[in-house]
Structures are given as C-alpha cells and as structure tokens.
Design a protein around this ligand. Sequence first.
Ligand SMILES: Nc1ncnc2c1ncn2[C@@H]1O[C@H](COP(=O)(O)OP(=O)(O)OP(=O)(O)O)[C@@H](O)[C@H]1O
Length: 564
Amino acid sequence: MHRPAGALWRLRGALRPHRRALVLNAVLAAASMLAGILLPLLARRLLDDHALRGDTDGLPLIAVLTVLCAGGEAVLIALRRLAGSTTALAVEETMRHRLVGRVLTQPAAFHDRHTPAVLATRIVADLAVLRRFVSFGLPFLIINSLTVVVVVALLLWLSWPLGLLVGAATVPLAVLARRWEHSSREVTRQVQQDGETFADLLDESIQGVDTIQAFGRRDEFTARLEEAADRLRRSQRERARRWTALSTLVEGYPSAVLVMVIGAGGAAVWAGAVTVGTLIAFLTLWLFLLWPVQSLSGLMNQLQQAEAAAERVSELLHRPPVPATPPSFRPAKVGSRGAELLLDQVWFRYPQPGPDRRAGPAVLTGLDLRVAAGEQVTVVGAAGSGKSTLAALLTGLYEPSRGRILIDGTDLRHLPADRRAEVVAPVPEHPGLFAGTIGDNVRLGRPEADDAEVAEALRTAQASFVHDLRYGLDEPLTEAGLSLSGGQRRRLALARAFLCRPRLLVLDDPLVGLDPRTAQQVAAAVTERLGGTTVLWLTRHRPLAAFPGRVVRLQGGRIDGRLP
Ligand SMILES: Nc1ncnc2c1ncn2[C@@H]1O[C@H](COP(=O)(O)OP(=O)(O)OP(=O)(O)O)[C@@H](O)[C@H]1O
C-alpha cells in the first residue's frame, strides 16, 4: 500500500505547468520573510549603536531602512497572497481538467464501483481541500520551516546560551506534534470515508425521492441519513477533539517559553552578558517564531486532510488513460453498408462489489451468434437474461471475460473507444439525455450533421413531435431530459443513434414505453430508411409483426435456438 504522503507527491505532475508561478510565489514568500526578520536586527543597531550611545550619525539611514523594511514587508505579503491564490486556482483547474477527463473515459466496471456522488465529492470537495493546501498550507509549511531555521540561527548568533535555551524548550513540542500527527491520521481518513458514505446515501435518496414518497418510506430514509450523518459527526468530533488538544498545547507552550526567556535574558543583561538592544532583538525575533509554532497544529491538520484528499484524487488520476486512436484506424464511411457481427463463445461475469472484486456468477455462458452484414436479428430474452449485458459488451462498455466479439473480422477491443460510435451505435435501455437543446442531444454522436439529416433521423424514430415544440430543435431540455415524457425521451435516443448511421445498430428494448402503433412504425421505418445497416434488436417480448429478419432466444446465457 502507498503511504498517503506519497499520494501528495504523486500529484506533483499537476504543478509542472505552473512552475514559474510557483517559483514567483517562493521568491515573494522568502523576501517577505527576510524583510520581517531584518526589522528586529535594525532595531538592535538603532538601540545599541546609536540611541543608547547618543550617537546620531547614521541614525537617519537606519530609520529610513526600518521604514522601508516595514512597508516592503506589507507589500510583499499582499503580493504573495494574491499570487498564491491565483496559482492555487490554476493548479486546481489543471487537476479538475485531468480528473474529469479520466472519469469520463473509464469503463462501465469502474462506474459500477464509484457512484456519481462519490466522484462528484472527489472532483469538487477533495480538489477544494487540495487548492487550500496549495494556496495556504504548503507555502506556510515551507515559509514557517525556513523562518524557524533562520530565526533559530540568528537567536544563537545573538546569544548562544539564550538560543540554546529556546532550542531545547522547543524539542518536546516537536515530539508531541509528531505523535499527534501519527495518531490522528486514521481519524482524518475516517472522516473522509464517512463523508463519502453520507454523500452516497444522500444521492440515492434524492434520486429516488418519488419512490420514497410514493411508498411512504420518508421516515425510514430520513433515519438512515441521520445515522450516516451522525457517524460523520462523531468522527469529525473526534478529529476536532484531538486537534483542540494539540492547538491548546501549541498555543500555550510558547508563552511559557517567553516567560523563561524574559527571566534568563533579564538576568543576562543584569550580569552584563548581553546588551539591552540584543535582548530586545532576541525577544522580537522570538515573537517572530510564535506564528510558525502556533500555526503548526492548524497546518498539520491541513496537511493530513490534503494527504487523504490526494490519496483519493490520485487513485482516479492515475488510472490508465483511454488508448489513443491508432493512426492506422480507418473509420467506416457514413452510410456505408452494414457490418458483419460474430460473437464467438462469449462469456461474461460482472465483478462483485466489495474489496476483493471477485467475479460474480456468469451472465453469458459461451454465447455464439453470427449476424450477416445488413441483416436484422431480434434477440428475445426474459428479464435478467442478459440483454443489456450483451448490449454493453457490444458497445465496449465491458470486455468479455472469455471469447471474442468480431466486427467485420476485427476484434471489438481493437476499435478505439473514441471512434466506436462510428461503427456501433447503441440505444441503451435508459436514454441518456443531457441538459441542453434537443438538437445538441440528437447530434451527440455526429455534431456536424445538418438540419435535414437531423429531421430525417427524427422521422425514422417517429419523433417529429419535436417540430411541434415551441423552439423545435432549439427547445431546451432540463437535466436528463426530464421535461419530456418517457416515450419522447426514448424516441430522441433512437433518433440520435439513427443519425450516426453506424454499421451496426444495437437497440436495447428500444420500443418500451411506445404505444404499439408507434412501435410498429419505428420498426418499419428502420427497415425502410436504414436499409443495409446491421441491426440487433434486444427485446423482452416476442417481436411485433413489423419486426424484420431472424428471431432468436437468449436463455441461460447463450443463444438457445430460433423462435418460431
Ligand atoms: N452492473 C452489474 N453488476 C453486477 N451484476 C449485474 C450488473 N448489471 C446486471 N447484472 C446482472 O446480470 C444479469 C443480467 O442483467 P441484464 O441487465 O443484462 O438483463 P436484461 O436481460 O437486460 O434484463 P431486463 O430485461 O430486465 O433489462 C442479472 O442477473 C443482473 O443481476
């Protein structure tokens, strides 16, 4: 298993495009830190060399330098904050772009294991945690560490006995902080895990709200959500408890050390071992150390949250990318003849949910089917017989566990994912419509299609209702096309596939939700207008009279003879 800190390191690729901005941030941070540290040293010169000796020569120069340093520090801090937040937003944008790209190209088996709520949490909430870390946590971890090193060196230079006293007093604090970091890492991860579980449940409940209300199960689902929220709150409270303990210690400890330094420093001035200016410079520098030390607990907390977020983001980001389209790939010409399909001893098992991801029972058990170019075949199978599974294999969402799927003799696996729709177009059981216009949705597979081609596809799908809508093809759809009826959504999904004019059409229960007359008209129009295309109708019911071609039965995971 990777260490979480390794996960943060593995995300460094997202910083690469912003190298210059990061270097500028580092320079601004170092300059503002140095300007701040110079102030007490100038104050020492002012006191020891001039004010206490009554020497006014050179006093104006030191006064001007002090003012410049103070003003410069303020300007540099403002610039550093501006540059830091701009860079962090740019880094977040880079990661989001890569993450969305990876998520949208993952196979169906991946999406079976990661719900939309979990993916949305990672893309939105985890990236926000990482952005805050890049804009605040990371720079301060670096600046504070540098400040501690430089200031401790200066303290030793000003007065090594007092410097050693401060250094020794800081050791127990560092040990305690390390122990805290170790013990609360697991709690931080638990908080994020509980957050994911809650997001999942919330997503499921909101999506199924109609069903929950219709069956009067509101109280039960509310109780489930409250239980998950309660688990999340308990783990958050545990983390807050640990954090409070550390921050109380870290904030109280320096005050105790300060009392020690004032006592020991006062005695040293009394004994003539250090000058008043040196003691004032020492105390001012020590105060300079307070913020780095006191912010330690907050930064550790942020670091842990960023590590846990990086672990989850990196798990998505480092998944294998979608294979590039090989230069030798020649897409089928739009409108060219249908493809020959051969399913050769195809077996398929879904991976089981759970950590061991063992394969489940076989859904397809050595399925053989040959469909000639331009032929239409109807596969009839009972609910759960594996029709949607077969459609998912044919559209490349899953790969067969065993056996081959050949299209015109080429293994489906060798068709690049981003060009597959040119060869095989699916009409899935649930039409996937998106917010946008009807035209955008129908043109999804062929954005370049003109209005005449779109109108023809709509006619074939018996979806001419679109022209009666107020804005026709420009009619806006709400999310998932929910402003349309189920039958209208299904016909748009059909039109979208027809518009691609693929060489093989895979229609998964395409006529469900259509009245028998419209269903017959669609079936007849497919034969009439898409003649030459190979079509595989997958359906639960015996076909209508208008269904053309051969009819076979899917049973027991294989093709079990013809239906009369
Ligand atoms: N994502 C999945 N993970 C695990 N098992 C699945 C998954 N999808 C389907 N199955 C299982 O595979 C079998 C076949 O399901 P499939 O959806 O292919 O049947 P179907 O013939 O399309 O059914 P229906 O006509 O009801 O849509 C079923 O036993 C189902 O439980």
